[in-house]
Structures are given as structure tokens and as C-alpha cells.
Design a protein around this ligand. Sequence first.
Ligand SMILES: Cc1ncc(COP(=O)(O)O)c(C=O)c1O
Length: 561
Amino acid sequence: MNWGSATLGYYGVGAAAVATSIATLRKRLELSRAKHRSLTGHARIARRLARLLPFYEYGEERFFCTDGAPAEIADRRRHGFERLSKLYRTGFPETIRCTAEAARVLSDFQFTAAYRVPFQYSRFVRAHLPSASFVQSSNGVTLTDLDGNRSYDLTGSYGVNLFGYDFYKETIESGAARVRMLGPVLGSYHPMIVENAKALQEISGLDEVSFHMSGTEAVMQAVRLARYHTGRSHVVCFCGAYHGWWGDVQPGVGNPVPARETYTLTDMSEGALRVLRRRRNIACVLVNPLQALHLNTAAPSDSSLIDSGRTAHFDKARYSEWLKKLRAVCTERNIVLIFDEVFVGFRLAKGGAQDYFGVKADLVTYGKTLGGGLPIGAVCGRGDLMKRYRDERPADICLARGTFNSHPYVMAAMNAFLHRLKTPEIDALYRGLDQIWNERSSALNTRLADENLPIRVVNLSSIWTVCYTQPSRYNWMLQYYLRAEGLMLSWIGTGRLIFSLNYTDADFGVVADRFIAAAKAMQQDGWWWRDPAATNKSIKRAVLKEVIAHFLFSPRRSTKR
Ligand SMILES: Cc1ncc(COP(=O)(O)O)c(C=O)c1O
């Protein structure tokens, strides 16, 4: 080689390196642009900031006037608070006692009690409005606590309770009766499993099925299969979407280590589609259709309700269009499209979200209600994607186990569930489903507006969330007024109300009356007093200032882990 050609060669290598770096940079930029601008969309930053957030609290003197309310309003709030506190202590003594005892040994109780309201208020609230998390029985759409108080159930048991608790008592009991002779034998199966798999094949329109013990495990398996068959590493999730608590699908706060092989992208965005088109390392896209109600935000919890910025809106046509686009890109790029229907499966339609939005996925995960009241996770998928070994490479397998997978009692309760799904009685519950729940939410909203109450509900069928129409720092108090009126909410509070489909118009009427009564009491107690200059932005800014001041000047500051 002479010097001339060597120089040319170096130039060539240099030019190729520059071109590669430009291409890499472009891809990086595309990825950055495809992230949602919120902290939820930037998991790493969110996790870092979460570690820095200092604890501080208002204490009694500031508790009632953190929004600058005058003394007269603070007094009204204090009286209302004391009245509620007395009502809790006299109305739920045994339930509270039992919850407090449980909290000493059950870490979950401590956690949920601490995170019902923004942390600055939490300790004072816990001291005076203690959690009452025990129930002794369910009946129709009501739950009875240890003190005999009957409340209307808006918890929906995390979404499991779709057809009413009595329905599940029957599926569990009739299922158990059918497998009593077998007992808890694992590894061999009861023939009912075949019937269940066939029923799910029909419902999902997919070829094969696998059973797991929870929704989280079903998602783990779906992602693992996608990685195995595509030979690619990365998972795409959309900002705010919950897919269980497994690390790879929980990139943000709550997971102590970063999810390095997860891209969290903006839901319903061209930027996300661009990333899917361009990147070669994407194995699958996970979609939780519940996000259609609150795009790009996490499950709305009252612990983060520091102002009235919570928003929700559901547009079925637009979300269906989006899913179709996503489907097309996934097909084009050979990316596995996974619908995580653990929550919404069976709730939106008998055929689940695929049926409801008219889009077919490659893999679908189900859970919650499918177990007929017992713990379950299931994956349904295309035959080629469900295969866990390669004929031509016998050692290259995709493992998925679980001692309790396909437990006979779970299979039996599921079998009863799937049979009942075909009955006219359940068919009737699905008839006009959206219309029923849309009419109920709009009737409640009309009443709320007529009463001049600063709340509106937004729904995706029977899944509801409460939004607040004027800036306030105290919206989280509503959960305590609702409980006092006999409406039982889950620990995330007013962010999510889940109705079972056996709610009649009469039942709903009672809930609506109590909802209005609770909101009116809260209004009368002055919690929604408003400084006319306050906006959600100004509230956020004020809280941020407090946080920074505590971070800088708190003597107990420690950011080490
Ligand atoms: C969409 C979705 N995926 C997965 C899960 C996890 O299911 P499990 O709690 O049964 O592990 C949930 C639970 O709420 C969910 O809503």
C-alpha cells in the first residue's frame, strides 16, 4: 500500500466513524424527544430526585392553613377535622384497633397508611384519622367492617371484583367442590385446564395459553418470550403505565435499581412511533389500555394530590386510532405487541381490550378477575411466540416455571368464571355497558355542578377517577369524608374508584347521594376555601420552595444510600 491510498483509507475510516456518531446522536435525540416531558417520563431523574426529597411536615399549627387561609377558615377546618376524627374513633373502634395491631407486623399496612395523603400532612392525619382497613364480610355491592358498618365498595378489590362479590363466592365454592378429590396436587393437572385454555383461546383469538400466579408474572413471561423470539433486549413501556412490580417494567420511583433495558416513551406520540421504527433492539411494546383514561401519568393517587392538577379524559376513537398505528409499526418492524389486560380484560368487553378497541395484539396478558376470585396471571399468544424451545437448538430454551402455576383450585374457580361468562345473566351485564357508566358519571357531574362543588368524575367505563376543578391543597381530605359517608375507597383514595357491574341504578343512586353529601360537608368545613390568586402552578411552586428550603437547611439531611 502506498502513502496515498493509506491516507485515503484513513479518511474513509474517519468519515465512517463520523457518520456512525451522527447516526447514533440522531437516534439519541429521537429517544430524548420521544420521552414525556414530565418526571414520570424521565425515570432516572425521577429516581434521583426522589432520593433527595427531604421529609418535612406541617404540624398542627400549619396543618389547617397551608394555603394561607384566614383564621376563621382554619378554625372551621379544625372543627370539621375533629368531628371526623371523633366519628372515626367512635364509629370504627375495633376496625381501627385491628389495623393498628396489624401495622406493627405487616409492612404493607405501614406503607399504605403512610401514603394516603401528601407526606407533609400524613403523620398528623394518621394520628387523628387512623386507617380502618379490616372487613368481615361482603354482600351485594357492600362491605361490612369489624364494627358492623356497611359501606358501598368502590375499591373493586384492585379490579378483581367485576361481577360482584357474591358471584366470586360462588365461583370459588363451586370450583373447590369440583377439585376436592384432587386437593392441591401440582405438576399433574386436572382436565379442567384444557377447557380453560380453549375458552381463553376463543376469547383472545390467539393460539396458545400459559398460566401463572399473578399479573406481574404473566407480564414477565410475555416480555421474556418476546425477547427470546426476537433476540432483542429492550422493552417499550408508555409513560405512567403500570404493568406490575417487576423491575424491568417499573423504571421509575419504587424500583431501587434502574431498568436499563426499558424505554419509557410518550403515549400516543409520533416520537414514540419514530423510535420504534428506527431502533433495532426493541423486542416488544407493552400497552396497558387503562392509560387511555390518564395518558402519560401514573395511577392517580391521593398521596400526590398536592394541588388540583389531576386530569383525565377518555376518547375511545382517538385511542383506537393510536393502537392501530402502533399495531402497524410493530408489524412493520417485527416488534411484539403485548396488550397487558390484567386490569381491563373482561371489564371493558367480554373480548377484552382487543375487542373493545378493535386491535389485535401478538401476546395478551390477563389476570385479576379471570381467576374467579383466586390469584391468577395468564398469557395468551401466537403459537410461534409462545414456544419455549427451538427444535434445531435444544439447549436454547426460554424458561418459565412457578410452583403454584395451574393450581387446581384456581383452575376450578376460573373454570366456573369462564362458564358463567357465557350465561344470559352475565351477558345482560355487558349490554350497553359504556352507556350505563357514562350516563351515571354524567348524572353525578350534573349534580356536582348544580351544587357548585369543585369536583368532577371522569370514567373509562366502570373505572372512575375524581378530578378537582379549582386549585386547592386539601383535595385529599375528600377520601375521609367519603368514608364517613359509608363509601369505601382503596388506599390510593379518590384517584381510582372501581365499580362492579352488579351495581344497580338504585345502588348507584345511593352512592351518588353519599358522594354529594361528603363533598358538601367538606365544602362546609372550609377545605375548598380559595385564595383568588392561587393557581395550581402557584401551589406547586410554593411546595417546591418548601422542599428546596428543607433540603438546604434541614440539619438531618442525608442523601446517601
Ligand atoms: C395492567 C396491570 N398489569 C399487571 C398488574 C400486576 O398484577 P398482579 O398485581 O396480579 O401481580 C396489574 C395490577 O394491578 C395491572 O393493573
